[in-house]
Design a protein around this ligand. Structure first.
Ligand code: PMP
Length: 406
């Protein structure tokens, strides 16, 4: 007789070892407690008016049906033109550019298209949280390479070349490279990129890049796409998106650039995962990319002021800040705020984050969510500064309620 209940597990093995996104969980808690949300990286100021108008125009012009799976042709052309203008790189929009539903889909489609179970994927740690589930969904083995916090103020997060070399093996299929880097704000230097590119060539591996903070850099740092380095043109899958550059994280429009043979595989996965990205928003993206003028420089300036404001309010509250060279987060050392019997008795990042959101009224992300071995991030918290000045200053007022070790 058929049974109404089941004893069978309906949880696939590939989903068993990861949890809900901690970052999105912090946003949920922030809403629940009415806190100032400095956890999830999305702007609270309006997206550019030209972008919104272009989307409205595209909808009214009835660009409302499925687009060709790898993206609206003039948008792919605009992406190719942007890389030509910005980096003097030539990409064929017909065979080398695929429009995705944000970088998130771009990364998983890329990784699924090149890896088989048992392959190794190298990930720098701390890492943006989706890379961990991405490797699990691929059935790949993750090899971690630590980035070490700056030894002195003003220095970058450090990469140990020997540790990087030791992570490569004949089974390495890809290294995920995110620069400018979330959560540390590190912008990988030409020397570091050269080393990575040499190792990719020596071990016949690919670089899968996440370049979504490409246009948010500070203090003279500049983003260099590793695909532009010698030997990397056919060894790189470059992923980027409109989310951060155009302050439109909810649009879910990104792109993947790779040589034609890599692109063939990527497009297959992309097609059956999503069919296509939102058609009218691709037209709006095209308008922005074609009309960007000095938008990119003004974007860095826009965030530079907010970076300074965020650092000064965090330092005033007792956080030790690692000054970011790019992206829009500040990673902090919270040692001075832990274990002093105050701040809700917090002794770890998770406890302090919970106390902050529930009692102080500010949401941040526990550092441990960026590490595989959670102990490593247990004295760190990440704050984002992609917010209005009023929002940052409201957070600053609330954070004065913290007590630090004297
Ligand atoms: N990569 C990194 C490093 C990110 O920080 C984020 C968003 N916080 C994403 C990817 C997600 O990008 P998208 O919105 O384009 O999917």
């Amino acid at each position: 007789m058929a049974s109404a209940t089941s004893t069978r597990s309906f949880r696939s093995l590939r989903t068993r070892d990861f949890t809900e996104s901690v970052i999105r969980e912090m946003t949920r808690l922030s809403i629940q407690h009415g806190a100032v949300n400095l956890s999830q990286g999305f702007p609270d100021f309006p997206a550019p008016v030209d972008l919104k108008q272009a989307a409205i125009d595209a909808i009214l012009a009835d660009h409302n049906q499925y687009s060709i799976t790898w993206g609206v042709k003039p948008f792919r052309q605009a992406i190719a033109d942007k890389y030509k203008r910005t980096y003097n790189l030539d990409f064929d929009p017909e065979r080398e550019i695929t429009v995705s539903c944000g970088a998130t889909e771009g990364l998983i489609s890329s990784l699924l298209s090149v890896t088989d179970p048992g392959d190794e994927i190298i990930v720098f740690e701390p890492f943006y949280e989706s890379y961990h589930p991405d490797t699990l969904l691929c059935g790949a083995t993750r090899k971690l390479v630590r980035l070490h916090p700056p030894a002195a103020p003003g220095e970058p997060w450090r990469l140990d070349p020997d540790a990087l070399r030791a992570a490569f093996s004949p089974r390495t299929k890809a290294i995920i490279l995110n620069s400018p880097h979330n959560p540390t704000g590190k912008v990988f230097s030409l020397d570091e990129l050269t080393l990575i590119s040499q190792l990719c060539q020596e071990f016949d591996a690919l670089a899968v890049t996440d370049e979504i903070y490409e246009h948010i850099t500070f203090d003279g740092h500049r983003h260099i796409p590793i695909i532009s380095l010698p030997g990397m043109r056919h060894r790189t899958i470059l992923v980027n998106s409109m989310s951060k550059t155009f302050s439109a994280t909810g649009w879910r429009v990104g792109w993947i650039i790779a040589s034609a043979s890599l692109t063939d595989g990527v497009r297959k996965v992309h097609d059956f995962l999503t069919v296509c990205a939102a058609t009218p928003l691709q037209y709006a993206g095209m308008a922005m990319l074609n009309g960007s003028g000095n938008y990119y420089d003004s974007l860095s300036e826009h965030y530079d002021g907010r970076r300074r404001a965020a650092i000064s309010m965090l330092e005033a509250a007792g956080f030790r800040c690692f000054n970011p060279a790019g992206a829009y987060y500040v990673m902090t050392d919270i040692s001075a705020l832990l274990g002093n019997g105050q701040n809700g008795g917090a002794t770890s990042d998770v406890e302090l984050a919970r106390y902050l959101v529930e009692h102080i009224g500010v949401a941040a992300v526990p550092g441990s969510s960026f590490y595989f071995d959670r102990l490593h991030g247990s004295a760190q918290l990440r704050f984002c500064f992609c917010k209005k000045y009023e929002t940052l200053s409201a957070a600053g007022d609330k954070l004065r309620g913290l007590s630090r070790l004297s």
